[in-house]
Ligand binder design. Structure first.
Ligand code: HEM
Length: 465
């Protein structure tokens, strides 16, 4: 009904050229298939060459306009929320919840985001570095004591999950963590599925998993609320306590639905994205000796300078990992963890003479600028130095691994510290080789090594602890 309403309205308008594909399904399946085969760029190129950089299609049940290129990114990401809102397609909304940050607007959005930022701004994150380092170190030792070959992707997913549970939410009970992990895995899968809610479908399973996550969270929230009221916990203990202690403009607490929605949203926003980057780093270091040597040199230098003073990683040392982070930046340019993202037109709007009717989705894709040789010289060459002293500055809205504009990722610093802490410990403690050197990257829909990146691992011969 909604789809036909949307389409009938558009018939009198000058909407972009393109194909809406099959009813309801649209071109969702071909888009997802192209992603899985790491041919998302080919999918885009085919349409750009037929219809130009602004074209229409239909994804996740709704007509969608793709706007490709720097100017287009500026239009999509720079538009105010009451024109192009960050509201997500039905599948995402059903899993993340109706009150997750991306569904909120105006004062409520600013209130919740402001509270999240208290935890995620660099001044606060400095306090987590030591704890993060200890957690990474202990997890690596535990895992690698028993296994000579590990699947790096599974490991990174578990590790980033552990970090989020411990540092962001202070959930330490092993049974709860394990149960939540199983349900989050089902929920992640459902996010990029078709919105078909029939028993047995991925979407149906994801919604049931979400319901179980909410059920598990209620007693945790109640206990934490009690601890806060007794003064056993402070509001700065973790993100959940922070949101529980927050009062709105009428001095009222936020309701549990909003807190659980944002708990689920933060997990989704932080978990797979970070695990992807960490897996891609290990994948790259396994197959590029020159890059590996430079990363190793940088990390060893940091350890050498540390001797006799601090035992654990410090904030100052994180700042010294300049080359290692440039490798991550270049990887995210060539293989952005998020291919792109949706916006929703809340009013009829217009871009470059094309009408975008109210209710249509708009999609920005990082590919349009990341691989453009006017912006990044020789874009197919892996060259971390382009982030060191670029000959010409990277124009705004061109480098988008963390998005841009109002909805720019607030977890980017958290992801940087996490990634650097992991690479530091990995390189310091172990040597490893890829079991399948030809392993390629596929989007699932996040870009992971296709076989899960099995690596053969042994303690570093000149061990430094
Ligand atoms: C390598 C890791 C990460 C990548 C590549 C990444 C990427 C992104 C991107 C592209 C966006 C913008 C989406 C859009 O415009 O629709 C975004 C938003 C967001 N990210 Fe991240 N992210 C990462 C890690 C994290 C972490 C660790 C957290 C939390 C601890 C986080 C929390 C968020 C939040 C809350 C938003 C929404 C901001 C808003 O709507 O105002 N992200 N992220």
């Amino acid at each position: 009904f909604l789809l036909s309403k949307c389409l009938s309205k558009s018939q009198t308008k000058n909407v972009p050229k393109g194909s809406l594909g099959y009813p309801i399904i649209g071109e969702t399946l071909s888009f997802l298939k192209a992603q899985r085969q790491d041919k998302g760029s080919v999918w885009l190129e085919e349409r750009i060459s037929k219809y130009g950089p602004i074209f229409k299609t239909s994804l996740m049940g709704f007509p969608t306009v793709f706007v490709i290129g720097q100017e287009g990114n500026k239009f999509v990401l720079g538009s105010p929320d009451d024109l192009l809102s960050s509201k997500k397609p039905l599948t995402l909304r059903k899993i993340l919840g109706r009150q997750s940050l991306v569904e909120l607007t105006g004062p409520r959005y600013r209130l919740v985001k402001g509270e999240m930022l208290k935890f995620l701004k660099p001044e606060c994150l400095q306090n987590y570095v030591k704890e993060m380092d200890e957690l990474v170190n202990a997890t690596l030792l535990r895992e690698f004591r028993e296994n000579e070959i590990i699947r790096a992707v599974v490991f990174m997913k578990k590790l980033s999950y552990e970090i989020a549970c411990n540092l962001l939410f202070d959930i330490k009970d092993e049974h709860t963590k394990e149960a939540l992990f199983v349900d989050f895995t089902l929920a992640f899968k459902a996010i990029h599925s078709l919105p078909i809610n029939l028993p047995g479908t991925t979407f149906w399973r994801g919604q049931r998993a979400r319901a179980r996550i909410v059920d598990r969270m209620i007693p945790i929230l109640n206990k934490r609320r009690e601890e806060l009221s007794k003064g056993v916990l402070s509001s700065t203990n973790d993100m959940l306590s922070c949101l529980l202690a927050l009062r709105d403009e009428n001095h009222q607490p936020l309701d549990d639905d909003l807190i659980t929605d944002n708990f689920i949203f933060l997990f989704v926003a932080s978990h797979d994205t970070s695990a992807t980057l960490m897996s891609l780093m290990i994948w790259k270091l396994s197959r590029d000796q020159e890059v590996y040597n430079k990363v190793l040199e940088e990390q060893m230098e940091i350890i050498k300078q540390r001797e006799g003073t601090e035992e654990r990683l410090t904030w100052a040392e994180i700042q010294k990992m300049k080359y290692t982070w440039r490798v991550a930046q270049e990887l995210m340019r060539m293989i952005p963890p998020l291919f792109g993202s949706f916006r929703k037109a809340l009013k009829d709007t217009n871009y470059k003479g094309y009408d975008i009717p109210k209710g249509w989705q708009v999609y920005w894709a990082a590919y349009g600028t990341h691989m453009n040789d006017d912006i990044f010289e020789n874009p197919h060459k892996f060259d971390p130095s382009r982030f060191e002293n670029p000959t010409k500055p990277i124009p705004p809205y061109s480098y988008l691994p963390f998005g841009a504009g109002l909805h720019y990722c607030i977890g980017n610093e958290f992801a940087r510290i996490e990634t650097l802490a992991i690479i530091h410990n990995f390189v310091k403690m172990y040597e490893w080789s890829q079991v399948n050197p030809e392993e390629a990257i596929t989007r699932q829909p996040m870009p992971y090594p296709s076989m899960g990146l099995p690596i053969k691992i042994k303690p570093r011969s000149c061990s430094i602890s």
